[in-house]
Write a protein that binds this ligand. Sequence first.
Ligand SMILES: Nc1ncnc2c1ncn2[C@@H]1O[C@H](COP(=O)(O)OP(=O)(O)OP(=O)(O)O)[C@@H](O)[C@H]1O
Ligand SMILES: [Mg+2]
Length: 263
Amino acid sequence: MSGASLGKEDGGLMVHAEGVHKRFGRLDVLKGVDLKVKPGEVMCVIGPSGSGKSTFLRCVNHLEKIDAGRLRVNGHLVGYREKGGRLYELREREVAMQRREIGMVFQRFNLFPHKTALANVMEAPVQVKRTPTAQAREQALALLDRVGLADKTHSYPSQLSGGQQQRVAIARALAMEPALMLFDEPTSALDPELVGDVLEVMKQLALDGMTMIVVTHEMGFAREVGDSLVFMDGGVVVEEGDPRSVLAEPKHPRTRDFLSKVL
Ligand SMILES: Nc1ncnc2c1ncn2[C@@H]1O[C@H](COP(=O)(O)OP(=O)(O)OP(=O)(O)O)[C@@H](O)[C@H]1O
Ligand SMILES: [Mg+2]
């Protein structure tokens, strides 16, 4: 873990985005995103469809290369290495190493359908980290217990509800012992009655001190669990603040307009 560089190079921030730009062909998707996430902070991100929320998360997770600006995660410049004041592009293998510090949970669970819950959670530690099987198994059982699925370890994804599958996906991400967890609308594909269990797991994770960025439509979660709330529109951060203040008294007209439609 890069604890030393984290404190030294970036004021102790877990994520530091400065003027982040991302373009797809001629489409400017991120037009200068500035954000800071402290260790242990839970940042919730809201905004209209197409505003760039998922794209930003994908940049943080090194899945997209940014076109301008600076993005540091856990003390590392995403996609680059700094040496003697110059930037060098990282090789794919080095990018993969950095990505291991970050867990990501998507709207769709993306579990391996032919593997049990237990095998899904063990997969990355064994294959990527070379954790001995017995140890990976023990950790996976503990994680499945933590997300409330101790009795489903031998079930296949098709035998689990959407909410249970999503909790396996969270356990799977945690198995790599990430420094940062990214959630992209983790409950929006779920039936309403299954949302609560997943949010509860995320809340516990937050209480345990995990640093999290959560793109969500769950304003109740943002209000209760979030340390900060970011409203994105048109590829920029329009407004940011304490979730309770932003939701109760949005300052920017675009935030007000958006919230009046979703609340
Ligand atoms: N790989 C890609 N190639 C081209 N355009 C893309 C790509 N990924 C995203 N976009 C475009 O970037 C814009 C922002 O997309 P993004 O998925 O980040 O929005 P979002 O805020 O997550 O929206 P939603 O709430 O619908 O998930 C959209 O116009 C989208 O079509
Ligand atoms: Mg999205």
